[in-house]
Every structure is written in structure tokens, then in C-alpha cells.
Ligand binder design. Structure first.
Ligand SMILES: Nc1ncnc2c1ncn2[C@@H]1O[C@H](COP(=O)(O)OP(=O)(O)O)[C@@H](O)[C@H]1O
Ligand SMILES: [Mg+2]
Length: 417
């Protein structure tokens, strides 16, 4: 096996070759997490350090977030950098590694927070990740057990990281593309199911209507209370079937939103009133906050209410022994510079296993005994009809578990007062 540690002591052709091979292999990895893990491992091996911090720029927020957090960093929520931070400005302008020991002038130019972070993590060198001519990230290295980094080592690291910057951009693009494809398939699948349902719907609805009216007729005639209650149950089951069919039909001919000017905060408050008693009975506390007041939208109130109800009830059901559901509205600027309204529903319930995350928007996917599996697929259809987006993030299995459903509605639907 090639020993990287020997490399610095005696750089020769085999080192260049191994490096070239590794760099090339990096660009072949398209999976983001795998790439991150590979690079982190290799950097630790090469640089002989216990921990590597890789920061990548989030194109939406322009912030440099820690891409490979470990459990011990969790308390350090400040470990990220904004485009205005002096360190980021220096790396953008100079496009070269910052060797902490040799550049005391630069270090004193940094803010106190930045200096604190460098000292706290015993960083010896910060290497920028540059693609074309923009800063796409940076790597903090140190402390190295064998003392400062030698010039040859730095050159080696810079070459390697040059390749990885490109590999990261590719992996991010690949991830976005995968998400786009998934959404496309999702819409296609919904439309196909809708068409099948439309064909079968009236065949089912006709007999269903006569079943319902017959039961109602029998109920009127029957003096026995117990039997009348049983018939009520039958009627509500029939209604349930009808609801399912209605849901399916909405995929084939999505009902066009009847848009009107509405106050989003008000609409959420009204929905919370409807779901209030269910939440209270399940010991679920609901925290609703907004940083957009007032928040007028051009949207269909019935349809949005249905979406919010589905999401809130799912959360309540995911917290069988109580918990908190936080709802928050904020305004965000997208990559395209357009303004979006973002609504976050975050619970601390049981979460969703990673293997199920892709399925929850599929019609009929349910993990509940009495679920229909239609709530989220219908919600997805409605939000897409409003030119918005709905996404899920979830952690299950380990504490703290929980789920966030995030809805974004586009800027042009927002009406200023
Ligand atoms: N907040 C949540 N926490 C945990 N699981 C959730 C949550 N929301 C949705 N799910 C999962 O997604 C599935 C599909 O949800 P949905 O389409 O509303 O159908 P249903 O509620 O009828 O099961 C649920 O059965 C559940 O497994
Ligand atoms: Mg549901």
C-alpha cells in the first residue's frame, strides 16, 4: 500500500503518481457524502492530523457551512462563516493557503470570533477551495503532531484540494439533478394514478352512492339503537372510500386553485383552531412564530388549509406521547434572487427512517394502520399547482428525532400591502 506519510519525507515520482490517481478517482465519485468521507480520510492520512474541517459554500444562503460536522462540534453552532467575514474576503482575494504561523498580520486583521475559532480548533493552515475563480469552500487543518506543515506538504494539499473543489461542485450538481428527476417522476406517477382512478372512479362511485342511501333508508326504519349506531359506522366508512376516490381524482385533473388575496398568518391560525383539540388531546404543544408581518399571498385558501391540516395531523400522530410542533414563516431570497415565503413545520416526533424519506409523497404510502397514504401526495400536488415546493428533512432512530416539512411559495404570489 502506498504510504502517504512517507511522501513528505521523500517526495518522488511515485508521490505524484499516487496523488494524480487519487485526484482522478475523486472526480469519479458522484455521491456527495461518499466524496466527503473519502476526502476527509485521505486528508487526515496525508496531513497526519486527528480532525479535518471542510466548509462548503451554500449557494442559497452564501454561507460557508461545516460540511462534515462530528458529534463534538454540535455545541459549536457558530462554526460557519458568512461572505462578509474577513477570512472569506481574504481567501477570495488572495486565492492561496493561509498559514496561521507565517501570516500574523492577516490573523490580526481577522475578527475576534474568527481568531477564537482558529485558536480553539488549533488550526495551522486554511486552504481555499477554488473552482474557476470563485471560492467554493475552505479546509481547516491542524494540529499536526509532527509540527508545522512543510512547503512540499502544502503544495501537495493544494493540488489535491484543487481537484476536490471541482469534484464537490459536480457532486452537488449531481444531487440537484437527482432531486429534479425524482420530482419529475413523482409528478408523472401521480398523473398516471389519476388517469387510472378517473377510469375506475365512477364505476365505484355509482354503487357506493346506492349503498350509502340504502343504509340511510334502513337506518331511518330501524328502531334498534345499537343497530343504528352500526349503520352510522358503515356510512362513515363509505364516506371514507369516497374521500379516497376524490383524492385520487385530484391527481388526474388537479383542481385549479381558486386564488385570492389571503393573509397566511391568519390562515394558519384558523387551521390551528380546527386542529387544536386533537393536538391538546395528544399533549402536543404548538408554537407558531412568523418573521413576516403581514404576509399576504395570492393563493387558494381551501387548498392551503388542506395542506396545513395534513401536515399538522401527521405531526401530531408522529408524537404519540406528546411533544412540540413549531411552525415558522419567513421570507427568503432564492438563488435566482426571487423572494419566497417559507413555512417550516418542525416536530420532535418519531421521525422518518432514511429508506422511507423518498416514499412519503407517494400515493398510498402509509405506515399507519388506519392511514390512507394520500395526505402528503395531495399536498404535494396542491403546492406544485401554486408553483411552490414541499420538502422533508427527518431524523429517526436516534435522539433527538423529528421531522421538518418545509413549504416554499414563490415571490410573485406574494403581494405587498
Ligand atoms: N411528521 C411526520 N413524522 C413522522 N412520519 C411522518 C410525518 N409526516 C408523514 N410521515 C410519514 O409519511 C407517511 C405518509 O403520510 P400521509 O401521506 O399523510 O399519509 P397517512 O397520514 O395517511 O399515512 C405516514 O404514514 C408517515 O409514515
Ligand atoms: Mg396524513
Amino acid at each position: 500500500m502506498f504510504k502517504w506519510s512517507k511522501l513528505f519525507k521523500k517526495p518522488d515520482d511515485s508521490y505524484r503518481q499516487a496523488l494524480t490517481e487519487f485526484s482522478r478517482s475523486l472526480t469519479l465519485i458522484v455521491d456527495f457524502d461518499q466524496l466527503l468521507e473519502n476526502l476527509e480520510g485521505k486528508l487526515r492520512e496525508i496531513a497526519d492530523i486527528p480532525r479535518v474541517y471542510i466548509f462548503l459554500k451554500d449557494p442559497e444562503t452564501n454561507r460557508f457551512d461545516l460540511a462534515n460536522p462530528h458529534d463534538d462540534d454540535q455545541s459549536d453552532t457558530r462554526f460557519n462563516f458568512s461572505a462578509d467575514d474577513r477570512l472569506i474576503q481574504w481567501l477570495t482575494v488572495n486565492e492561496m493557503p493561509l498559514v496561521v504561523e507565517n501570516y500574523s498580520g492577516v490573523i490580526s486583521f481577522l475578527s475576534e470570533r474568527e481568531r477564537e475559532l482558529i485558536i480553539k480548533h488549533q488550526t495551522q493552515i486554511i486552504i481555499p477551495l477554488i473552482v474557476m475563480n470563485h471560492l467554493s469552500g475552505m479546509v481547516f487543518l491542524g494540529p499536526k503532531s509532527t509540527g508545522p506543515f512543510a512547503k512540499g506538504e502544502i503544495e501537495l494539499l493544494v493540488t489535491l484540494l484543487g481537484q476536490s473543489a471541482l469534484a464537490f461542485e459536480n457532486a452537488l450538481l449531481y444531487r440537484e439533478q437527482k432531486q429534479r428527476l425524482r420530482k419529475m417522476f413523482r409528478s408523472d406517477r401521480l398523473a398516471t394514478i389519476g388517469q387510472i382512478a378517473a377510469g375506475a372512479a365512477h364505476e365505484i362511485r355509482n354503487p357506493l352512492t346506492s349503498i350509502r342511501s340504502t343504509i340511510q333508508y334502513l337506518k331511518k326504519k330501524d328502531p334498534d339503537n345499537e343497530r343504528r349506531e352500526m349503520m352510522d359506522e358503515l356510512i362513515s366508512e363509505v364516506d371514507r372510500i369516497d374521500e379516497i376516490i376524490k383524492g385520487l381524482l385530484s391527481f388526474s385533473k388537479p383542481i385549479k386553485p381558486q386564488k385570492e388575496r389571503l393573509d397566511l398568518t391568519d390562515l394558519i391560525c384558523k387551521t390551528l383552531k380546527l386542529t387544536g383539540s386533537t393536538a391538546r388531546n395528544n399533549k402536543v404543544k404548538i408554537d407558531f412564530t412568523t418573521s413576516v408581518t403581514p404576509c399576504f399571498l395570492n393563493a387558494d385558501p381551501q387548498q392551503l388549509r388542506q395542506v396545513f391540516m395534513n401536515i399538522i395531523l401527521n405531526s401530531v400522530q408522529a408524537m404519540p406521547s406528546g411533544g412540540t410542533l413549531s411552525i415558522h414563516i419567513e421570507s427568503i431570497t432564492g438563488q435566482d434572487r426571487n423572494e419566497w415565503v417559507r413555512i417550516d413545520f418542525t416536530d420532535n416526533g418519531m421521525g422518518i427512517p432514511e429508506t422511507q424519506l423518498e416514499k412519503i409523497f407517494d400515493p398510498f404510502f402509509t405506515t399507519k394502520n388506519d392511514g390512507t397514504g394520500l395526505g402528503l401526495s395531495i399536498s404535494y400536488g396542491i403546492i406544485r399547482q401554486h408553483n411552490g415546493d414541499i420538502e422533508v428533512q427527518s431524523i429517526s432512530g436516534k435522539a433527538p428525532s423529528g421531522t421538518s416539512i418545509i413549504i416554499t411559495l414563490p415571490a410573485n404570489e406574494r403581494i405587498s400591502q
